[in-house]
Design a protein around this ligand. Structure first.
Ligand SMILES: *Cc1c(COP(=O)(O)O)cnc(C)c1O
Length: 387
């Protein structure tokens, strides 16, 4: 019996540490070694040991990560890529052909929007942006016979909008399309989209999964074995795989995901509450606030509200930019999901590519990735920067 079988009914925290990671049969090493290797000796032509032939097709360190990803998302097939966008590109070019259409969120990650609007549009893939919090609007955006996927981020980036995954799975399946959930913000610890009816999970493992701002990676997870086989074929055929060391870093990050997320959630809740009470703050977007429009759905489908908070300031764009420049502990930078807190101005940074589009974000918006430092230090830094 392999360790994966032994852990089949284990809880999330156990799977995150053990799934896909039997102690190394040769040495007993308790974590998977970094198999920094491109090719494998064959025992006679075609005599592969464990199926390994060439590391674009498969690599043991990447395989350990892929099996772990599948286990923690409750899926059957996990695939690890060089970045989140590489995973998205592989998925879209596997399930769509020129002339097809995808419904995308009206507040998507900027890089995802750029992939649709600037790259895949040139290959004949159409898209319509819809408010994912409104299943009727999503239904109306579907082009019968053309829409192959409904693409959801929940909570969304950067406005923390919440979409009802089960309701959207209903819309997708009624219209013959796939429901794709970008689970980067929530992570599988807080949200299990496959169990709610989603067909494909997308991750930027760069964020919470890696968790330490030291690796760029992406992932896809599916339950359907046939779709999994098509994606596996395209992963190899297109080639944007995660390297062994990157896979190892993500695998290492996942081991502490549960404890990190608990702290991210509690720190973010305290920050959101403090911001909501601040006279210079005009709006706070955080699904953990009881009056947030996404609170009810988030409370139903998530085990916690996550570590991302965004807010708007009185004083407009210049004030938002200035606040971003005044924090000391919150580091001014793009990305999110690391142990350290980050602050950024989406309009000029992560979402600059959405300017002038239906996905443009308010210019007085600030986004926080709340880390796991002392909450007292974080609050003091932020309140001082707000003045
Ligand atoms: C960062 C991010 C991506 C893209 O991932 P990369 O690893 O940067 O390519 C996709 N979706 C969301 C929600 C993200 O935050």
């Amino acid at each position: 019996m392999s360790a994966s079988d032994a852990h089949a009914n284990a809880a999330f925290e156990t799977l995150a540490i053990h799934a896909g990671q039997d102690p190394d049969p040769l040495t007993g090493a308790v974590v998977p070694p970094i198999y920094q290797v491109s090719t494998y000796k064959q025992d006679g032509v075609g005599g592969l040991r464990g199926g390994y032939e060439y590391s674009r097709s498969a690599n043991p360190t990447r395989k350990a990560l892929e099996d772990c990803l599948a286990a923690i998302e409750g899926g059957r097939v996990g695939l690890a890529f060089a970045s989140g966008l590489a995973a998205e590109d592989c998925l879209l070019r596997t399930v769509c052909v020129p002339g097809d259409h995808v419904v995308i969120p009206a507040d998507a990650y900027g890089g995802t929007f750029r992939l649709f609007s600037k790259v895949l549009s040139r290959w004949g893939l159409g898209w319509t942006a819809a408010n994912m919090a409104d299943p009727a609007a999503v239904r109306a955006a579907v082009v019968p016979g053309k829409t192959k996927a409904i693409w959801v981020e929940t909570p969304s980036n950067p406005l923390l909008g919440v979409a009802d995954i089960a309701a959207l799975a209903g819309v997708a399946h009624e219209t013959g399309s796939l429901l794709v959930v970008d689970n980067t913000f929530a992570t599988p610890y807080l949200q299990q989209p496959l169990a709610l009816g989603a067909d494909v999970i997308v991750h930027s493992t760069t964020k919470y999964m890696g968790g330490h701002s030291d690796v760029v990676g992406g992932a896809l997870v599916v339950s359907d074995e046939e779709l999994g086989a098509e994606l596996t074929y395209h992963q190899n055929a297109m080639g944007a795989v995660a390297g062994p060391f990157d896979a190892w870093l993500v695998l290492r990050g996942i081991k502490t995901l549960a404890v990190r997320m608990d702290r991210h959630c509690s720190n973010a809740q305290r920050i959101a509450e403090a911001l909501a009470a601040h006279p210079k703050v005009t709006a706070v977007h955080y699904p953990g606030l009881p009056d947030d429009p996404g609170h009810e759905v988030a409370a139903k489908q998530m085990a916690g509200f996550g570590g991302m908070v965004s807010f708007r300031v009185a004083g407009g764009e210049q004030e938002a930019v200035d606040v971003c420049g005044r924090t000391e502990l919150f580091i001014l930078g793009e990305s999110l999901g690391g142990v350290e807190s980050l602050i950024e101005h989406p309009g000029r940074m992560t979402h600059a590519s959405a300017a002038g589009s239906p996905l443009e974000v308010p210019d007085d918006l600030i986004r926080l990735s709340v880390g796991i430092e002392s909450i007292d230090d974080l609050l003091a830094d932020l309140l001082r920067a707000l003045g």
